[in-house]
Write a protein that binds this ligand. Structure first.
Ligand code: FES
Ligand SMILES: [Fe+2]
Length: 335
């Protein structure tokens, strides 16, 4: 299914003007790398300074995928006839010409907005309407980051994001890991919507960390209560801060890449100021298990994208976040 159906044209335009993650930084090295954003094929590459660039993955000469090419210095070189492109998309040399530098002005690659932050490469296909969220914990000393996933699902990014905010499914989908089946009642949080940012928090009694996954600092505490504060940045980025009443803090940065109308990739980064010597594989294995439990449920949902009209689906009081998300997405032209 294409995301660019007539009824979704204005939504697509709005989504193009937002930052989206397209790769973990560590996965964009010396070689060009292909990715897809909102049905647009991208090539990601780094110049000699390490600055990342994102182009439409298409050479203007004969339509070859630039991701098949190679990087030399500050230029990306097409695999078919060796045309060279610099970071702003301008073609600098056409080897077939007697004077290769006499390049016609039309010879360009389409370059998109591209930044690197929080160990992710972010791209906007049009002038971004809002800045990236500020997450000071990511530059604070005495913390470490674990990169989990990425999680490629067969649904739209809106469904993946909504699943990440859903409080009611924990005892059903993640019994023993995130929820307790004997305590399924959800007290709906109060959601504060401020333009494109939704904020809410809640306290919940939780099960102690298991021996297999000693991840949360509640192993020596009875009656552990986790305080969780959410910031949901429309359309598909979430910052979650957790604490247990002590000095230990945990920050999740979760962002979903809208690949197409029924494909997305979730990047889940965990920043923590405790357990600094724990191998990353412990959190990675935990999230692999959690996301796999979610995936089979979310991929079954129809339609594949969140229906932003509140008359579709049945919302009860405890679905406060889902309702606020639908309203806010519509209010800013994204739903
Ligand atoms: S197709 Fe890229 S240089 Fe010819
Ligand atoms: Fe879940």
């Amino acid at each position: 299914m294409s995301i660019a159906e007539p009824t979704t044209a204005s939504r697509l335009t709005a989504l193009r003007g937002c930052w989206h993650p397209v790769a973990y930084s560590r996965d964009v090295g010396d070689q060009p790398r292909a990715s897809t954003l909102l049905d647009v094929p991208l090539v990601l590459w780094r110049d000699a300074q390490g600055t990342p660039h994102a182009f439409h993955d298409l050479c203007i000469h004969r339509g070859t995928a630039l991701s098949l090419g190679m990087v030399q210095g500050n230029e990306l070189i097409c695999a078919y006839h060796g045309w060279r492109y610099r970071g702003d998309g301008r073609c600098t040399a056409i080897p077939q010409l007697p004077d290769p530098t006499r390049v016609p002005a039309k010879a360009r690659a389409t370059a998109y907005h591209c930044v690197e932050r929080y160990e992710l490469i972010w791209v906007a296909l049009a002038e971004p309407r809002w800045p990236l969220p500020t997450v000071p914990e990511f530059t604070a000393p005495g913390w470490k980051t674990v990169l989990t996933g990425p999680f490629a699902w067969r649904c739209e990014a809106s469904r993946q994001i909504e699943n990440f905010t859903d409080l009611a499914h924990f005892p059903w989908v993640h019994p023993g890991l995130l929820g307790d089946p004997s305590r399924p009642v959800v007290v709906p949080p109060t959601v504060h919507t401020d333009g494109h940012v939704l904020r809410y928090e809640f306290l919940r009694p939780e099960a102690r960390s298991t021996e297999k996954y000693p991840l949360f600092p509640n192993w020596d505490r009875r009656d552990s209560v986790r305080r969780t504060r959410y910031e949901l940045y429309l359309p598909y980025t979430i910052v979650v801060r957790m604490d247990w009443g002590g000095a230990e803090q945990l920050v999740y940065l979760f962002a979903s890449q809208p690949v197409s109308a029924d494909r997305c990739v979730g990047y889940c980064l965990i920043r923590q100021n405790y357990n600094l010597d724990q191998p990353d594989t412990v959190f990675q294995a935990f999230e692999d298990e959690i996301f796999e439990q979610d995936r089979r449920v979310v991929e079954s949902q129809r339609p594949e994208q969140v229906p932003f009209d509140l008359h579709e689906e049945l919302h009860l009081k405890f679905d406060a976040v889902a309702v606020a998300y639908r309203r806010a997405m519509r209010a800013v032209g994204l739903g």
